[in-house]
Design a protein around this ligand. Structure first.
Ligand code: ATP
Length: 195
């Protein structure tokens, strides 16, 4: 079974694109959502996070996500330390997920696939792109947040120009109908690789 990595900057539309792959019957794994769940459920992981950020990063059993986000977005070292904890946990969790699937390929969505050198574990990669201005507009519309916060999250990710030549497939997600056609085209190619 092929592992296809799906990535893109914040607001590029990768989660929306992932939903389409899922509707085509492709098993889909959302790394960020799984990571959040593991931070809440995995006792070893919880202890590692407490060791890094202090016991009070959890209020009882509940992770204080706002505080964690504030801490890592103002401290790049803490952000990379957190990423190095998340990485092996998600890797193992993803392997368990893959073992349960029976399909031509699975899609693994990860916002920082290239940044974390995750492409080496994939048989193919898909990058979703959109102009930065549009991405900021989409995120501001999707969630109530400050523009500085969105820009700060963008600054922790690689720019599209750095990722485009690393990806096997690029979806320039501006016009949704074109995006749908492109997804269908990529899906056909990936299925054909198995025949
Ligand atoms: P994040 O990294 O923050 O999770 P993302 O890359 O997963 O972002 P989405 O959540 O899929 O991005 O999309 C951001 C917003 O833009 C959503 O509200 C989505 O509905 C919208 N959107 C995605 N693609 C398009 C498009 N082609 N046209 C208009 N709106 C779109």
């Amino acid at each position: 079974m092929r592992i296809v990595g799906l990535t893109g900057g914040i607001g590029s539309g990768k989660s929306t694109v992932l939903e389409v792959f899922s509707s085509l019957g492709v098993p889909c794994y959302e790394s960020d959502i799984r990571a959040k769940k593991l931070m809440q459920d995995d006792p070893e992981f919880i202890n590692q996070i407490k060791a890094l950020f202090g016991d009070d990063i959890y209020k009882g059993e509940k992770l204080n996500r706002t505080r964690l986000a504030d801490l890592v977005f103002t401290d790049n070292i803490k952000l990379s330390e957190l990423n190095s904890l998340v990485h092996p946990k998600v890797k193992r969790d993803f392997q368990l997920f893959v073992n349960q699937q029976n399909a031509a390929y699975v899609v693994k969505e990860s916002a920082i696939l290239f940044e974390m050198n995750g492409a080496k574990d994939c048989d193919a990669t898909i990058l979703v792109t959109a102009p930065e201005k549009l991405r900021i507009e989409r995120v501001m519309k999707r969630e109530k947040t400050k523009i500085e916060h969105v820009k700060s999250r963008i600054s922790n990710q690689w720019i599209d120009e750095k990722k485009i030549h690393l990806a096997d497939y690029v979806i320039n997600n501006i016009d949704w109908d074109k995006t749908l056609k492109k997804i269908e085209e990529i899906h056909q190619k990936l299925v054909a690789l198995n025949n």
